[in-house]
Ligand binder design. Structure first.
Ligand code: GLA
Length: 310
């Protein structure tokens, strides 16, 4: 069922349906908008959209806020208005890149002919237009071009990308901190400006994180699982102390995960300021890990195909 991502005719008429996945980011946080490398993976949680031409844009969804994205995307793609019905198990604010999943799903429905790179770039521009948050291109790339069984190594400077096999011995766990936030209400743009202007602490995170991405890929390819865990822990410390995008609640959750059985490593994931943490587990340790994470819901994810993976 992972391939139902491209647009399919809707039997009721001139409509279509399409879906796109959420993503995790294994490593490479707050470096995409500076042209650095990132290593996200599309995961098996999806936003599904049905659309049909209409007089004006409209969105019916359990989740508020989709209309601004639809209108902005219509402008980017030069598409006529559509009535959209959205259902999703990519919760907004939970760190799985819900806006990218929505935008990429709608793009797959409106323009299934597009190349995945063009689709991702159009979605990034639509997000800028809809929210004013100057996000990088990682999330849209993962939702469009992620591959089942793989992570996606993307150089955000050149847009070169390649799938990196994700070993069966590893399990992806996502833990929602429960702190919901819209990126527009966070210092995301401020962090971007601070890093761009060369502020020492911020640059220290960026430079060390870029090095960690390449080391992580090498460790994945060499199946050095312990090294993966060390890199995740170092990434968290850097995001906490140098980039300052964590919160005390998230730090406590990450430390709880570090101490849990079967956990190789964990860190805050995505934009931060709440949202989710990522933990990598040894396969087979899922139940022991979940039992140790008292009072929190552990979401186990598998890698999935992006909406434009062909
Ligand atoms: C959000 C943005 C991404 C990226 C991450 C931080 O998810 O949408 O472009 O900047 O934050 O790595």
């Amino acid at each position: 069922m992972c391939s139902a991502s491209s647009a399919e005719p809707d039997h009721a008429g001139a409509g279509w349906s399409a879906r796109a996945p959420g993503r995790v980011n294994l490593i490479g946080e707050h470096v995409d908008y500076l042209g650095g490398p990132v290593l996200p993976a599309a995961v098996d949680r999806f936003t599904s959209v049905r659309g049909r031409p209409a007089e004006a844009w409209s969105v019916v969804s359990e989740v508020p806020g989709g209309l601004a994205y639809a209108v902005a995307l219509g402008e980017e793609l030069g598409a006529h208005p559509h009535a959209l019905a959205v259902s999703s198990d990519v919760l907004p604010g939970s760190g799985l890149a819900s806006s990218a999943a929505l935008l990429v799903a709608v793009t797959a429905g409106l323009r299934p002919d597009l190349d995945g790179v063009e689709a991702a770039l159009a979605c990034q521009r639509a997000e800028h237009r809809a929210t004013g948050v100057q996000v990088g291109v990682m999330d849209q790339f993962a939702a469009a071009l992620g591959r089942r069984g793989h992570a996606l190594l993307l150089d955000c400077g050149t847009l070169e990308h390649r799938p990196v096999p994700f070993p069966d011995e590893l399990v992806i766990a996502v833990i929602d901190s429960g702190v919901r936030r819209s990126l527009a209400d966070t210092p995301y743009n401020q962090r971007r400006r601070e890093a761009e202007s060369g502020m020492a602490k911020r640059r220290r995170h960026v430079d060390s994180e870029i090095a960690r991405v390449y080391e992580f890929v090498a460790a994945l390819e060499a199946a050095r699982l312990d090294r993966l865990g060390e890199l995740l822990r170092a990434s968290h410390r850097s995001l906490r102390d140098d980039f300052e995008v964590s919160t005390p609640g998230v730090d406590a959750l990450v430390e709880q995960a570090w101490a849990a059985p079967g956990c190789l490593g964990a860190r805050i994931m995505g934009a931060g300021f709440g949202g989710s943490i990522l933990a990598l587990l040894e396969a087979g340790a899922e139940a022991r890990f979940a039992a140790a994470m008292v009072g929190v819901a552990v979401l186990l994810c598998r890698t999935a195909d992006g909406a434009f993976a062909r």
